[in-house]
Design a protein around this ligand. Sequence first.
Ligand SMILES: [Zn+2]
Length: 461
Amino acid sequence: MGYLGDFVTRNPVKRFLVDHMSRYHRDIAFTYRQQKNLEYATADRIEAFQQDRLRKLLTAARGSPYYRRIIDGLGKSPGSFRLDDLRQFPFLTKEILRSEEASLRVPGAEGAYENYSGGSTGIPIRFHQDYRYRVQMSVATRRCNELAGAFTGARVAKLWGAPQDRRQIEGWGGKVKLWALNMRYYDTFDMGPERMKLYHHQMEQFRPDLIQAYASSIFLLARYLREEGIRPGYPRVSIITAAEKLFPHMRQEIEEVFGVPVFDRYGSREVSAMAAECACHDGLHIQMPGYIMETIHPQTGRVVEEEPGEIAITALANYAMPFVRYRIGDMGTLTRKVCSCGRTLYRLREIIGRTSDNFLMPDGRIVHGEYFTHLFYGRDGIRQFQFVQHSRQEFTLRIVPSVSYSGELAGRLESEIRGMIGAGPQLNIEIRQQIPKTASGKYRFTVSHLSTEEMLAGKPR
Ligand SMILES: [Zn+2]
């Protein structure tokens, strides 16, 4: 959820009041200024800042059995750790996150809470975050929004699905928050021609400055509007795409229909927004004050630059369960070259990340694939999953079980999926030893064999 400071006017007196109204707001305001000041700094200065934060992170991390073992094994004290030393650190994988969850936790981290993700690879994971992480997340999100032209008081339309995010906007409290933040939500778990028509009318009224959306959802809306011959008068400034891969043809279609530039963003629930495009649209600037990003040769494990590699992230803010050299499961090309915009923050290009399909329901609704991945969040018993739509009337759920899997869990999942697809269609449940990757080497956890045209023609039966 947004931070109140984003809504208040640029009036310096009001700004000061908001920035000092609570410790949380003070910390955000301070961290924001600190990180914004580094945007054009020399690489040396930024790296010195990272190194300082890394030392603090590792000092805290040593409070967990997992990291204490590693740090003591390296024979270095966290306080003298250099950035280069990070290369001796073992990678953190999703498998380790699952098997060592308890020993990765640092007891006593301030404001710790539990969170979940389906990640990029369809391996559901559970992790812990804290107060520091929330401050960093607010700052990184705000910095990324600013790169896309956002300004204080901007009206934002969110074409979004994540139920965890939406839970915060339910009820009256949520309505007031949305009003205060100048924000509206449009549900990607309930699309389809009729719904999109409604969203379009609502956005015409709301006149957002920015739209923030799942890439495939805003693409679908653009296709719908074009087919209906509608030229939307919104958003005024830009469109931010996130949460999944934005292909060039999608960007082109969205920009043509809405007549504003698209700014791609890279992030995940485990580590929040980490990189975003500037107006040069030549790669995504890494939010280096908050994250150390490396790209790794998939076979050798060697650090590479200027060529595609597997992304490994060190999140500098989360002390509750530190992510050090976390292999998130996406690929990208890292470059240190200074961008034409003058910002020195390194960039990430050609991200090969998660792709998620949209699904057509028998009643004509279109549901973003994230709906199905969210069903697996925080569920023990499942190592990996894949949900497939073969036709309007046939779906398959593939499960790679772990030891705690049970028939009861399968029954619960089936009834939750039925809750969305209805009782009519055939639903196959397959228990597998493994789920093969696609030709590109990426694993897809939601696959629909229906085309966009079939989706848009999907009138209720
Ligand atoms: Zn730039």
